[in-house]
Design a binder for this molecule. Sequence first.
Ligand code: AHR
Length: 492
Amino acid sequence: MAKAIINGNRSKGIINPNIYGHFSEHLGRCIYNGVYVGESSDIPNVNGMRIDVVEALRQMAIPLLRWPGGCFADTYHWRDGIGPQESRKKIVNTNWGGVTEDNSFGTHEFLELCRQLGCEPYISGNVGSGTVQEFSDWVEYCNMGGQSPMAEERRKNGQDAPWNVKYWGIGNEAWGCGGSMRPEFYADLCRQYATYMRNYDNEHKIYKIASGANVDDYNWTKVVMEQAGHSVDAVSLHYYTRPRTEEWSNKGPATGFPREEYYSTLRNTLFMEELVENHSRIIRQYQGSRQVGLCVDEWGTWFDVEPGTNPGFLYQQNTMRDALVAAINLNIFNEHCDTVVMANIAQMVNVLQAVILTEGPKMLLTPTYHVFEMYKGHQGAKQLESYVETSLIGDKENTVPNLHISASESAEGVLVTVANLDDKNSAVLDCTLSGLGQASRAEGRVLTGGCGAFNDFGSEEIVKPAPLPAEMTEDGFKASLPACSVAAFLVK
Ligand code: AHR
């Protein structure tokens, strides 16, 4: 029996809905085929966007979408993607497979996608190979409501009202594919770019996000905060989970993995907590009077690509192991909602830890999708302090706690989300709710099916949420969590 306590009297604050954000890059089949098929496609679409994919993402309550990269962002010149589609420049996607990018999905299409999804756009601008003027013009093109050269050009291209895009990233991975810069050099550029990213409407102030550290490069965060912290609203962080960390060319398979890699994946995922705490501490130390947030704007699993697929397309399957990775990360972000203001899983469709996979007109929801859907009640809710008794489990040196939890309170009730990381044993959870009044029922749902279970074309519903009975106790509820599972309880 594992005792858990949810403390209604202690909270770190509101869980920013943007913690449940996503990322979509011009990479492989994420944008093209995955989301955008064009108006003339046989696949049912609205203005070129797949109806099935948009509907599923709406059901999951996607709050925010980052675009156009990733590494692609620092090669992207936004003017290539506006105006009549047939006359847009065709370029080479030099980061991802050397394929032709016809720019048929550009600024207008991205903002139309966000409109259909009902989510906030987050645009990552080009610092690595662009100019300050180009970036500044993009902000003006999107956000200027009155008369100006950019606003006129936008109107000529069919969009009268400004989109008022709030979230802007100042480059991506400036230490790597975004320009191979030193933090000192990037910090200066960041200040310069931030200066010319103007507000065109006082009611819609833009939110500037500095390109952040690679994993545990704490010096990057320190220098950027020290030199440029005053000119931005947030700093980003990228951390991907890999089962084998020695070489990028040998990360381990997404399915059919050995038990040892199940546990190394979970252990490496838990490292996110240390990263979030350490980067947040540095941010706080240097932030001065302006509060600066942490955006984990790329996270998720990164495995070897599926055999026979283009190595540049980063297409991987998604199992219950991925569901646990998602649950752990989202629990960590909930628990650190006082500093984590945004997080973006990489990537939304057909790339890395995707929530949706497509094959021609077919679509399936991955186990990771179901975790986001089960956790959606945390968005905008008040985080509650939670504690669960755990025991150490694992394989060889890869040990992890068997349970991982977070909780929040909203008008709907108290949402308790808990993952059982044990691949073999179920666990009985005895959860006490303290300072939250008498609960009358707990509606439980669970996602399980064995650690290697996944959905595939032709067997799309192997892994999907099922009801999980919960027994009410004097001060809370009790439930049995199957091995390798993610559960959500809405207590009323
Ligand atoms: O998500 C794939 C790539 O990972 C992104 O383009 C880049 O930012 C990161 O290295």
